[in-house]
Ligand binder design. Structure first.
Ligand SMILES: [Zn+2]
Ligand SMILES: [Zn+2]
Length: 314
């Protein structure tokens, strides 16, 4: 009887702790603390104060501000068409200034056109000012070209992750060779993003397709990279990150479970509201909440993984 009583008491304490953990959910039923690893300064003309307000409405604890590179006309920027990450984004100085003005809510990345002669100098300047990553890299270059190798060397020296926008025939060519980069730079963490990264969770992916639909056959390039390499991560942002989930919900739940220590939330949205149908971030949050196999996995994807990977100690 006595031991039963003790057990009940222990059970009571355990269930109280669980209730306490569960109570750390906000009104939308998602964990109270969320890190958004993918926002942009000047995104399609949105001013900095509107970005900060958007993130507050969306319920973000901390958001990462990813700048574009110096606007230049050369092949790596499609002769200027891809300046500002092809989305009107402003550069490192703006990202840094905005972060200084909102030091609790924001962190910033360094970024530059990798084949500019001054790329190394410019990246180092802002990494020394406290940039926590490099990206979003979105340029017309091969992933194993000389300028990209120089960029990975800088990331290695400063101990920061690199975030890459993979888009077939447009940006970061050669995802099928990316495992060689992961092997060559075991101490650099890489974060995959965009259409070609998310399309390639499917073993049967056709490379020109940007938003594939239908059932996923596991074992595609991205699925393998996430599974086989400790230094490969996924940025579950934007339409492509969400599409990879909703195209096959059963696969999505298994995928989120399989890579629960590797995936992170990013909103990558440019609306002013931070809620409702126009907000891609709010939509992705709803999808993750619906398809995550458990609250524990959801907490890792929305908060724990980014907190650990970027050493935020939040
Ligand atoms: Zn982006
Ligand atoms: Zn939004």
């Amino acid at each position: 009887m006595r031991s039963n009583h003790c057990l009940n008491r222990r059970e009571f304490i355990a269930s109280s702790t669980a209730a306490l953990a569960a109570s750390k959910l906000n009104a939308a039923g998602v964990p109270a603390r969320i890190i958004d690893i993918h926002q942009h300064p000047g995104f399609k003309g949105r001013p900095g104060d509107k970005l900060v307000a958007h993130q507050r409405v969306m319920g973000m604890s901390v958001s990462f501000v990813l700048p574009g590179g110096t606007p230049v006309q050369r092949p790596s920027t499609h002769e200027g068409k891809s300046n500002g990450l092809a989305a009107g984004c402003t550069g490192m100085e703006e990202a840094w200034q905005l972060t200084r003005a909102h030091s609790k809510a924001l962190r910033f990345f360094a970024n530059e056109v990798p084949d500019l002669p001054e790329a190394k100098k410019n990246l180092e300047k802002y990494l020394k000012r406290g940039a926590i990553g490099i990206g979003e890299q979105k340029f017309n270059l091969a992933i194993d070209s000389k300028p990209m190798l120089q960029l990975y060397d800088i990331a290695k020296e400063f101990g920061v992750p690199v975030l890459l926008h993979f888009q077939h025939a447009r940006y970061n060519h050669g995802i099928e060779r990316f495992h060689k980069i992961l092997e060559r730079y075991p101490t650099v963490n890489f974060i995959g993003h965009a259409q070609t990264f998310w399309g390639n969770i499917d073993r049967n992916h056709k490379q020109p397709e940007m938003y594939p639909t239908g059932k996923v056959t596991p074992g595609g390039i991205s699925d393998q990279l996430l599974g086989d390499y400790a230094n490969m991560y996924g940025d579950h942002a934007a339409g492509s990150g969400r599409n990879a989930l909703i195209r096959d919900p059963d696969h999505a739940t298994a995928f989120l479970r399989r890579h629960q220590d590797k995936l992170m939330f990013g909103s990558d949205c440019y609306d002013l509201l931070g809620r409702g149908p126009s907000c891609r971030g709010a939509g992705l949050l709803a999808t993750l909440r619906e398809l995550a196999p458990s609250k524990a996995v959801l907490r890792k994807i929305l908060f724990g993984n980014a907190n650990r990977l970027f050493g935020l100690n939040l």
